[in-house]
Design a protein around this ligand. Structure first.
Ligand SMILES: Cc1ncc(COP(=O)(O)O)c(C=O)c1O
Length: 454
């Protein structure tokens, strides 16, 4: 009854009354955990703000590494300064020859692909399944000769890493998980990050576990773990001695590294935030189930399909897919219309990587020599699954799910109202360069807006 009334009401984007009272606040993000101030203050007065300085008691970085290894059910965790550098060192640790191919999904944040270039390798973009937003064995081209595959757990759905591994292992392909958006998700009880040979995480501001900037690689591989340590600390590892006022990192130098170390303030903050994560998952996941039930009553609208084997969600963003879009509308308009109804930011997925302006290796001299291979391997390829989701989904940040059940009613009511909404005028098109070197028309509505980061 409420929904029927809403379907005929004037849209907020056209000056009508919004579904949600503009004075009702949404949960804020990020939310400091209990104990965060104490953790940060302890570092402030510790006399040690970096792992590369002389020892003065226990490092927060070592403490966080142990806690996060336990959380992900892995033997080793090597913290890094960003999720991007976690991906770089994970790939470098494999010791692959320069210019080898690495399979990357066409729908992900650009860092999944740029990290491949930074490791001296060439990303080969593969389409995603439009039901899940993730790679699937059926979306892989068996003719691509690759040495590694990065399985991204996208938005709130996990890629089927066991099936992907089974599909590519006979060809000697190593599976690396990009779990930047999936801290705490589980597949048949196994935590995200523990299913591939290496798992990479981001702790950037918008992630469910955050220290503003930060990252980590986890693995069960005892051979790769010390290499990862060196790769992120300029060829240094933790030495066997723990003497006060003596450097803890020693120059083992088996493989040339870079400085990708996590600072002590970020590490201390992560120790506190990790204690809050599962409680926040419980609230978000309860709200997600509620929204899922409410949206089931709205024809043509769906959430991503969650594989039955994924027994715990970790939602980073929640895509709401309109199949079909409202009459004569595009999803940029839908995002604007929902933002106006709800008073929170609803946005479209990023441009798929095959035509993303953020993935242009020819603009960077150190990487440009790989761009010819990159362009060549993508010639003539299409990505209907990624393009479909990029054109039909709108996203809500996970923080919108940290509040009350009433918030879900508001979201569902706004979706029902907008799903029947009219089309704005003034849409335009622009041209972008594709990875195959051609131009393609891409639809962009006025004031198109996407998330600032991944
Ligand atoms: C899927 C994915 N991979 C990699 C990254 C890179 O992480 P960071 O921004 O911490 O470098 C992000 C997040 O930004 C991401 O969402």
């Amino acid at each position: 009854m409420v929904m029927t009334r809403l379907r005929t009401a004037r849209l907020a984007i056209d000056g009508g009354a919004p579904v949600r009272d503009p004075h009702t606040p949404w949960p804020t993000w990020p939310q400091p955990a209990d104990g965060a101030v104490e953790e940060l203050t302890a570092v402030l007065h510790s006399g040690r703000w970096a792992i590369s300085s002389p020892r003065r008691g226990e490092l927060a970085e070592r403490r966080f590494a142990a806690m996060f290894a336990e959380y992900t059910g892995t033997r080793h965790c090597v913290p890094t300064d960003h999720g991007s550098s976690a991906l770089v060192i994970a790939l470098e640790s494999l010791g692959l020859p320069h210019g080898e191919h690495v399979i990357v999904p066409a729908l992900t944040w650009t860092a999944t692909a740029t990290a491949v270039f930074r490791a001296g390798l060439v990303p080969v973009l593969a389409d995603v399944d439009p039901w899940t937003g993730c790679l699937h064995p059926d979306t892989l081209d068996p003719d691509v000769d690759a040495r590694a595959l990065i399985a991204v757990h996208w938005a709130c759905v996990m890629a089927d890493v066991p099936a992907l591994s089974a599909a590519v292992a006979p060809r000697g392909v190593t599976v690396v998980e990009d779990a930047a958006q999936a801290h705490g998700a589980r597949w048949q009880g196994r935590p995200a990050g523990s299913l591939g040979r290496l798992g990479c995480f981001s702790m950037q501001h918008s992630k469910v576990l955050t220290s503003g900037e930060g990252g980590a690689v986890v693995t069960d591989d005892d051979t790769l773990a010390p290499v990862l340590e060196e790769l992120r600390a300029d060829s240094r590892r933790y030495g066997p001695h723990r003497r006060e006022r003596v450097l803890e990192l020693v120059e083992t130098a088996s493989m040339m590294g870079s400085n990708f170390c996590l600072g002590e303030f970020a590490a201390a903050l992560l120790c506190a935030q990790l204690g809050l994560l599962d409680r926040q998952h419980a609230v978000r996941n309860r709200n997600y189930e509620r929204l899922s039930g409410l949206l089931a009553g709205i024809p043509g609208v769906r959430l991503l399909r969650r594989p039955p084997a994924q027994d715990r969600l970790s939602m980073y963003e929640v895509p709401i897919v309109f199949d079909p879009l409202p009459p004569t509308a595009d999803n940029t308009w839908v995002a604007h219309a929902l933002s106006a109804e709800l008073g929170t930011r609803v946005y479209t997925p990023r441009t798929p990587l095959p035509r993303s302006p953020l993935l242009r290796p020819w603009t960077k001299p150190a990487i440009a020599p790989l761009s010819e291979r990159f362009t060549e391997v993508h010639r003539g390829r299409t990505y209907p699954g990624a393009e479909y989701l990029a054109g039909h989904a709108v996203l809500l940040h996970h923080s919108a799910f940290l509040g009350e059940g009433q918030d879900m009613e508001d979201i569902a009511n706004a979706v029902a109202k907008v799903a029947a909404g009219p089309r704005p005028c003034g849409a335009r098109t622009h041209r972008t360069a594709n990875t195959d070197g051609t131009d393609r028309e891409a639809f962009v509505a006025p004031e198109a807006e996407t998330d600032g980061h991944d």
